[in-house]
Design a protein. Structure first.
Length: 71
């Protein structure tokens, strides 16, 4: 079967701006960098939250099991 050309009558073809390879690579690296920072931030806040909860739990247990120091 022969390939027929499609004629576009009275249509304006919009020129799309080309994204160069260096820009595409730069955007990919930037997205990767921000994704790594986001994951690192979530892990950091999780570790800090667990540490704060651990300290509060330790203080509560120590207070509950502590001896009365009044004579």
């Amino acid at each position: 079967m022969p390939v027929r050309r499609i004629r576009l009558q009275d249509t304006k073809l919009e020129a799309r701006p080309l994204i160069h390879l260096s820009v595409a690579i730069g955007r990919f690296v930037e997205a990767l960098f921000y994704a790594i920072l986001r994951v690192a931030g979530v892990i950091t806040f999780g570790v800090i939250g667990i540490a704060i909860l651990g300290v509060l739990l330790f203080m509560t247990v120590k207070r509950m099991t502590g001896r009365n120091r009044k004579p």
